[in-house]
Write a protein that binds this ligand. Structure first.
Ligand code: NAP
Length: 340
């Protein structure tokens, strides 16, 4: 077992397990099975978000394991996120309290601002809620409200998600409690080298979402002829060499780059398998070969950008999508986090 890669030391001194369970789009009955399988397989890091509406099911399983003594709270690393509708500073504390109640925890280990774009608050998130972009996003104001959560003991650390370099710099300039993580889409077709280097200089580690290329992503994020990360020929060749799955090679590649991974699965045998990445290592030549893969693409939120550039751009303001869990998301300006 390669111990040096099993966790990452964050800039605040906490150790974050480098393989976590992703839970996006995992319905409650399936996420219960998934979290049990993950904890039994040795995962101690679970990634969730209020807007997935499955925090309560995750909380039930965490309590079951803590109460039975199978795990101790302090061994767990639980991550959740501030939804875009709660970025107004006065709403931030109430938002984490809602998550904590559902998770049945006194604190989370890491609380992230989910996106650098604020939605207008029109009441609590409900199955039927329609979300609209707010007139203004005040990232530093939101950050100041996030810092109080650390002082109150509601989270051990703070971070961001889907932030670009200039947005992180803005936060770092005013931060008393610095962000320790930026969680972004990252895989062989979107290696995020520049962002990773900038985060490192600013003291942030990177968590890769969609590390397997998110094959189960919502249909609005799928385009005809999208390349399939799990079927990349270079990855297949290396997987065969080690008698490993392509998922193992993809995850191991990110871990060897110093990146934390949160592969999502609701399938127990895949969950057990995805953490079996510490019994082999890739050579420098293999890492270089993977870095040299020419295919490059972004799967998440590129559709907002495309719509905005289209002649029908003015219609985008009213465009919304309904996700699997029943929330409607307005797409307007989502693309802005790459540009502002
Ligand atoms: P992903 O982890 O790259 O891919 C998940 C998909 O791969 C699921 O459809 C899963 O299917 C399948 N899968 C899992 N293990 C596999 C294996 N060994 N072989 C073949 N297929 C496998 O993508 P993701 O869910 O988009 O991203 C991971 C996590 O990142 C999310 O769950 C969420 O926690 C987080 N995330 C964060 C953001 C953000 O904005 N911060 C955005 C997206 C995601 P089954 O479940 O059917 O097994």
């Amino acid at each position: 077992m390669d111990d040096s890669l099993t966790s990452v030391t964050l800039s605040n001194g906490l150790h974050m397990p480098s393989v976590g369970l992703g839970t996006w789009q995992s319905p409650k009955d399936e996420v219960r099975v998934a979290v049990r399988a993950a904890l039994d397989a040795g995962y101690r890091h679970i990634d969730t978000v209020y807007t997935d509406l499955n925090e309560d099911a995750i909380g039930e399983v965490l309590q079951e394991y803590i109460k039975s003594g199978k795990v101790k709270r302090e061994e767990l690393f639980i991550v959740t996120k501030l939804p875009m509708i709660h970025m107004e500073p006065t709403l931030v504390k109430g938002s984490i309290e809602m998550s904590l109640k559902k998770l049945q925890l006194d604190y989370v280990d890491l609380y992230l601002i989910h996106f650098p774009v604020q939605f207008a608050y029109e009441g609590p998130v409900t199955e039927a809620g329609l979300l609209k972009v707010a007139e203004k996003t005040d990232l530093t104001g939101t950050w100041k409200a996030m810092e109080e959560l650390v002082d109150l003991g509601l989270t051990k650390s703070l971070g961001v998600s889907n932030f670009n370099i200039s947005q992180i710099e803005r936060i770092c300039k005013i931060a008393k409690h610095k962000p320790v993580i930026n969680q972004v889409e990252c895989h062989i077709y979107l290696p995020q080298n520049e962002l990773f280097d900038a985060c490192k200089k600013l003291g942030l580690a990177v968590t890769a979402y969609a590390p397997l290329g998110s094959p189960g992503r919502i249909k609005q994020l799928i385009e005809k002829d999208d390349p399939v990360v799990l079927e990349d020929p270079v990855i297949r060749k290396i997987a065969k060499r080690y008698s490993k799955s392509t998922a193992h090679i993809l995850l191991r590649n990110l871990l060897q780059r110093g990146i934390i991974v949160i592969p999502k699965s609701v399938t127990p045998h895949r969950i057990r398998s995805n953490i079996q990445v510490f019994d082999f290592s890739l050579t420098k030549e293999e890492m270089d070969e993977i870095a040299g893969i020419k295919t490059k693409t972004r799967f998440f939120w590129r559709f907002g950008k495309q719509l905005f550039r289209s002649p029908r751009a003015t219609l985008v303001k009213n465009c919304s999508i309904k996700t699997k869990v029943g929330l409607k998301f307005s797409l307007t300006y989502l693309y802005m986090y790459y540009n502002c």
